[in-house]
Structures are given as structure tokens and as C-alpha cells.
Design a protein around this ligand. Structure first.
Ligand SMILES: [Fe+2]
Ligand SMILES: [Fe+2]
Length: 276
């Protein structure tokens, strides 16, 4: 069932503890962005996009919870469990940053989410297979994709507030992506050829889900846009056509290439079809 995406804040002890765990949020240059100085279409696009970042970060809280549980079940090294646990608070902090950014632009855009389909459960017959599946999809695909594309968005962002938000998020995301490499380093000797082939199929399926970013109608460079591109940049966003190009580059450089070095790969023909 779809419900509106809404967040609550409690204050008091929970806020105090969370602020102590992730300090600095209130030091960002909040209140310095005047939306009336930008084209309404650019503000609308940015509001919607920052709202969707908040939703994706909320999904990351759920996803890393599943990853953590899968790592416990597969008896992964304790320090890897501790590192992954720490990411949950990071993702909560990212939800806060992105949602406050949407508020600065006039309020969150109305969006619905379906909690029945929200989290990604580990797929596989064994604890090892379920951990492999989740680490691949969450750390090696989703986190690598969002971190890789966000660093290009940061480079184009001119206003200090969205810049500070991206910088804060990306500092954490760099660590989140690394959990994939560390996990597979540990799991490598336990994974046979059949499992590697299964993971290749999961990889292909995951990347096909991203392909609309560069293949979909919105990615076409000749689509007329209602906003000046530099105003989107100011507010933290690349236009959809440029984003599509970046998305494809990130998929190759940050996902396909590193995974192929550990034998998780898709066929040449699938690769050509995916990127074509
Ligand atoms: Fe995040
Ligand atoms: Fe993350």
C-alpha cells in the first residue's frame, strides 16, 4: 500500500543522542538560499529531486539494516559488522540533510512510498548467498551509483548550502561503498563458480533497473527543458541528459569494472546491450 512520504522528529533525548553521534548538521549554512531568486521550474525540479534523495536515503537505512542482519547471519568479521552498524546513523543523517534541503526550497514535494516493496530482502538458499546478494545490490550497486553520480553533481553545484550537504553526505558514502570490496575480500574463497554466475545475473538485473537514466525518454539531449541549466546546477542538480551520460560512466567505472576484477561480471553482449 502506498502512503505519503513523511518524517517525524521527536526532540529531547533521541535528538540529543543523534546530534552527539553525528554532530555538525546545525552548522551548515541553512537559511541562506532564497528560492525566489531562481526560475520556478528549476526550484520545482530541485524540490522534487531533494525529496527523492531523502526517500532514497531512508531506503538506505532499511537496506543497510538488511545488510547488517545478513552479515551477522553469515558470521562475517566483527569489525565489519561494527563498521556496517555505524552506517545506519549516517543514512539517518542523510535523510535529515536532504529533507531539510527540500524544506529550504519551499517544502518537500508530495511523494508516496510503498513499504511492502521498500526494503530489499536477501535472496538465496544459504546465509552466504543472501549476504552476497545484499552486499552486491546495496553496497556495490546502489551505494556506488548514488555516490558516484553525487560527486559529479557536487562538482557542478554552485550554491554553498547544497554544496555543504553533498560534501557531508559524500564523506560518508565513500566509506559505505568500500564495505562491498571488504566483504567480498573476506567471502571470496567461499564463493564458487555457480554462485559467481548467479551474482552476475543479479548484477545485470540491478543495472537494467538503472538504464532508464541514460536510455529513457528524459535522457534525450534534444528534449526542451523549462529551466535554465545553470540554475539547476546552483541548486544541486544536473539536467537529465547530462545526468544520463554521467550515470553510464559511473556504472562502468565504479560498478562493472571493479566487480569484474573479482569475477562478478556480465557477458559482453549484455554489456553492449545495457550501455548501447
Ligand atoms: Fe546515504
Ligand atoms: Fe550510503
Amino acid at each position: 500500500m502506498k502512503v505519503p512520504f513523511e518524517l517525524e522528529w521527536m526532540g529531547g533525548a533521541p535528538e540529543h543522542h543523534f546530534r552527539a553521534a553525528r554532530p555538525g548538521t546545525d552548522d551548515l549554512p541553512w537559511g541562506t538560499l532564497d528560492p525566489s531568486r531562481y526560475a520556478p521550474a528549476a526550484v520545482e525540479f530541485a524540490r522534487g529531486s531533494w525529496t527523492e534523495v531523502a526517500m532514497n536515503e531512508y531506503r538506505a537505512v532499511a537496506s543497510f539494516s538488511e545488510v547488517l542482519r545478513a552479515l551477522v547471519d553469515v558470521k562475517a568479521p566483527l569489525d565489519l559488522l561494527g563498521m556496517t552498524s555505524d552506517f545506519l546513523a549516517d543514512e539517518c543523517s542523510h535523510v535529515e540533510l536532504a529533507s531539510r534541503m527540500a524544506m529550504e526550497l519551499g517544502g518537500a514535494a508530495p511523494r508516496t512510498i510503498d513499504f511492502d516493496r521498500f526494503t530489499t530482502k536477501g535472496r538465496g538458499a544459504t546465509a552466504l548467498q543472501r549476504a552476497n546478494d545484499l552486499v552486491l545490490r546495496v553496497a556495490c550497486i546502489a551505494e556506488a551509483f548514488s555516490g558516484g553520480t553525487a560527486s559529479v553533481s557536487l562538482a557542478a553545484t554552485t550554491h554553498p548550502l547544497p554544496r555543504a550537504i553533498y560534501e557531508s553526505i559524500l564523506r560518508d558514502e565513500a566509506r559505505h561503498r568500500r564495505v562491498g570490496g571488504r566483504y567480498f575480500e573476506w567471502a571470496f574463497s567461499k564463493i564458487d563458480d555457480a554462485e559467481r554466475a548467479r551474482l552476475g545475473a543479479i548484477l545485470l538485473q540491478g543495472l537494467r533497473g538503472l538504464a532508464p537514466f541514460w536510455k529513457g525518454p528524459a535522457a534525450r539531449a534534444d528534449t526542451p527543458r523549462p529551466w535554465p541549466e545553470d540554475e539547476l546546477h546552483a541548486l544541486g542538480w544536473l539536467g537529465p541528459a547530462r545526468f544520463g551520460t554521467v550515470a553510464k560512466e559511473v556504472v562502468v567505472r565504479d560498478i562493472l569494472d571493479p566487480l569484474s576484477t573479482i569475477g562478478i561480471a556480465i557477458s559482453e553482449s549484455d554489456r553492449a546491450e545495457l550501455l548501447g
